[in-house]
Ligand binder design. Structure first.
Ligand SMILES: Nc1ncnc2c1ncn2[C@@H]1O[C@H](COP(=O)(O)OP(=O)(O)OP(=O)(O)O)[C@@H](O)[C@H]1O
Ligand SMILES: [Mg+2]
Length: 220
């Protein structure tokens, strides 16, 4: 497809949302057309599914949960991601299918084959061109969010057998400051986009002298 699909993965508090917003503004300054989105909840239907999925009161059966994520993803791929990529946008998604492999696969005990077929069905085979995996210790992630204790976090490890995953995934050390991590992100993404020859607006600044300020913290 004509655009570029970049996904952000990592445990809660690893800095995905912060870095996504900063990268979007850096890329826009550089003249790229950027669409930002997330999973779950990137579409109107997805927002409702997200509310249902994140409702702490509800007891969600693991299979129902897997299929709700798949429904969110199918709607996202068909109504937002594919049209944006076909029209040459750079799409930045806060989580995508790798999160399902980690949480519903390793976390909930479904077989890799079942996860792979549900992901394939939902995505129609749409894969990221680049995945940024933000690595921080679980303790650091928890300290940052201070939202919840969750013994599942230690299981958020990706399947070492997925060779394709390692070919497109860049693992970043996200334990430093917001600005340091942003610099790492930019050093990976800019050469990647230039290599792909994506269009930029003619009026764009060639380089931005100052890095964008980190946005006010509002984790989601
Ligand atoms: N490098 C950093 N150093 C210190 N604090 C950070 C860093 N990056 C992000 N934060 C802060 O940590 C909190 C969590 O960051 P952020 O919301 O970006 O994480 P996330 O990966 O999107 O988490 P979640 O999976 O829960 O959505 C925010 O308050 C953010 O401002
Ligand atoms: Mg977030």
């Amino acid at each position: 497809m004509a655009g570029a699909f970049i996904t952000f993965e990592g445990i809660d508090g690893s800095g995905k949302s912060t870095q996504l917003r900063m990268l979007a503004s850096t890329l826009r300054l550089a003249g790229y057309e950027v669409v930002t989105t997330r999973e779950p909840g990137g579409t109107p239907l997805g927002k409702q599914l997200r509310l249902a999925l994140l409702d702490a009161q509800a007891e969600v059966d693991p299979l129902a949960e897997l299929l709700l994520y798949a429904a969110d993803r199918a709607q996202h791929v068909r109504t937002l991601l594919t049209p944006a990529l076909e029209t040459s946008h750079i799409v930045l998604s806060d989580r995508y299918a790798d999160a399902t492999v980690a949480y519903q696969g390793a976390g909930r005990g479904f077989t890799p084959e079942l996860i792979a077929s549900v992901v394939e069905l939902a995505t129609g085979g749409l894969k990221p061109d680049l995945t940024l995996f933000f690595e921080v210790s679980v303790a650091e992630g928890l300290m940052r969010t201070r939202k919840r204790e969750d013994s599942e976090r230690g299981k958020d490890r990706l399947d070492a057998e997925d060779i394709e995953f390692y070919a497109r995934v860049r693992v970043l050390d996200a334990s430093g400051s917001i600005e340091e991590t942003h610099a790492s992100v930019v050093s990976i993404v800019m050469p990647f986009l230039e290599e792909r020859g994506l269009k930029r607006h003619a009026l764009a600044r060639e380089s931005s002298p100052t890095a964008p300020q980190p946005p006010p913290s509002s984790a989601h």
